[in-house]
Design a protein around this ligand. Structure first.
Ligand code: 2M8
Length: 442
């Protein structure tokens, strides 16, 4: 349990509300991220959710992860959303039409892209609370699908063996409107969209969006950015979500630093899972995993880790929280840890309540707008985990305690929080905030 200075009644109340949120968002075998904005199942959300659920119902936590395999494509991809709920979602099945893709998923509708590969981490965390026999049974159930997913990531998204997988849409990064991605994405904006913008402005486009019915537009990405992301989904759909065709289109291609950092850690976990059940990872995957570790340092320049524009080969030098996930991957050389940590703890990134998604002096910074500034609980959780392993357990503990008080101060379990005053913003009753809070409190 994190050493939060809050009175025990407050901690008990927090725990109770977190459990209630997870219960209310339970769709059966999977959990929606929030009751209104996100009514289906998301990949990395389910992983964070399972990490929390293991403290109250380990069996349910294991089902949360296994249910991700229901959406797995025959080629091995685990999609970023499995459309399993009944509510309306602004980028629902009609935008993706996975049912029309040869080699699409068989019994469900899904999106055609993936999300950060947090599954192996969640599997290991859930495995920790089972006894050895049950743990191995769970590992055996998840292993074949998880292995196929990791193989797909390298086969499909790193055909040139660089060690870094390439993402084709900012929704794959999970940090939808982060400046690093939007810089490239806006450049790929289609001419008609630019025209609409000139004629009508963002306000008119705003009236056409559906994601701002519960959350005010100024806490979401701009309408122009949103419609650009929709347009890019159309291009991916036309390319049948096939990387060799996508490469020939105009969509941005990014070797995303956070995604690859999470993959590096996930490969280690997958190897441990395999060893526990007497399996061995295929040599090719072991080789790719080594390449990822060797390639992550190539994303380092001027004291930071950056994503790379895979088309131009240039690093995208827009500082965001993503770069600090090199700590989570465990690839920062010991003699560089302090320098990276001092950048992360500087006021521009850590003004009060945890690590801002975009630093406060960035031209795109907005304290209440989505991935353009707010603090996210999953980022604080990942960074605290990385800090522990980098020998900065003191700072990890401060980050965890700060996260708990930030949530406690805002009377709600929000999607994200202002880095200045900790005001909760975005969707309320947000599942991964609830789940990771349970984990921090345990
Ligand atoms: C947000 O993204 C979705 C698209 O995937 C959206 O805005 O509709 C992101 O914060 C993403 O990281 C998250 O997984 C998802 C559901 O919580 O919402």
């Amino acid at each position: 349990m994190s050493s939060s200075a809050l009175p025990s009644e407050v901690l008990t109340e927090l725990r109770t509300s977190a459990i209630e949120v997870l219960r209310d968002n339970d769709l059966g075998g999977a959990t929606r991220p929030s009751p209104t904005l996100y009514p289906h199942q998301w990949l990395w959300d389910s992983c964070f959710i399972a990490i929390g659920l293991r403290h109250i119902d380990p069996e349910r936590a294991s089902r949360e992860i296994l249910s991700l395999l229901h959406g797995q494509w025959p080629n091995g991809m685990i999609p970023h959303v499995i459309f399993s709920g009944s509510g309306s979602y602004h980028a629902g099945p009609d935008r993706w039409r996975s049912d029309l893709v040869d080699g699409g998923p068989e019994h469900v509708q899904t999106t055609g892209v993936t999300q950060p590969p947090m599954i192996a981490e969640a599997v290991v965390r859930v495995g920790e609370v089972f006894d050895p026999a049950r743990r191995r049974e769970f590992y055996r159930a998840i292993y074949p699908g998880l292995l196929r997913y990791h193989c797909w990531l390298y086969r499909e998204r790193d055909p040139d063996d660089t060690g870094l997988v390439t993402l084709v849409h900012s929704w794959e990064s999970g940090m939808d409107n982060t400046p690093a991605w939007m810089e490239l994405t806006r450049r790929a904006a289609p001419i008609p969209l630019k025209l609409i913008r000139r004629l009508n402005g963002d306000g008119a486009l705003d009236a056409l969006r559906r994601d701002n019915k519960e959350v005010p537009s100024d806490q979401r990405l701009s309408a122009t950015d949103l419609f650009t992301l929709y347009h890019l989904v159309g291009e991916l759909r036309d390319a049948r979500y096939d990387f060799s065709r996508i490469r020939a289109s105009r969509v941005p291609l990014v070797q995303d630093v956070a995604f690859n950092a999470i993959l590096a850690r996930a490969n280690d976990h997958l190897r441990d899972i395999a060893a526990d059940i007497g399996e061995q990872l295929p040599n090719q995957l072991l080789r790719s995993a080594r390449r990822t570790r060797a390639a992550l340092p190539t994303l380092f320049a001027d004291g930071m880790y950056w994503s790379r524009d895979a088309r131009s080969g240039r690093l995208i030098s827009r500082p965001t929280v993503a770069g600090f996930l090199a700590l989570y991957a465990g690839v920062v050389p010991p003699d560089s840890v302090e320098d990276l940590v001092s950048r992360m703890t500087a006021r521009r990134f850590w003004p009060a309540h945890g690590i801002a998604s975009t630093p406060t002096d960035d031209p795109d910074f907005q304290p209440r707008c989505y991935w353009q500034g707010p603090v996210w609980v999953n980022m604080n959780w990942l960074l605290a985990d990385g800090l522990d392993r980098a020998g900065r357990g003191d700072l990890a503990e401060r980050l965890r305690a700060g996260t708990i008080s930030m949530i406690a101060g805002s009377e709600g379990l929000y999607e994200y929080y202002s880095p200045f005053d900790g005001t909760g913003v975005g969707s309320n009753h947000f599942s991964w905030t609830a789940a990771l809070l349970l984990d921090l409190l345990d």
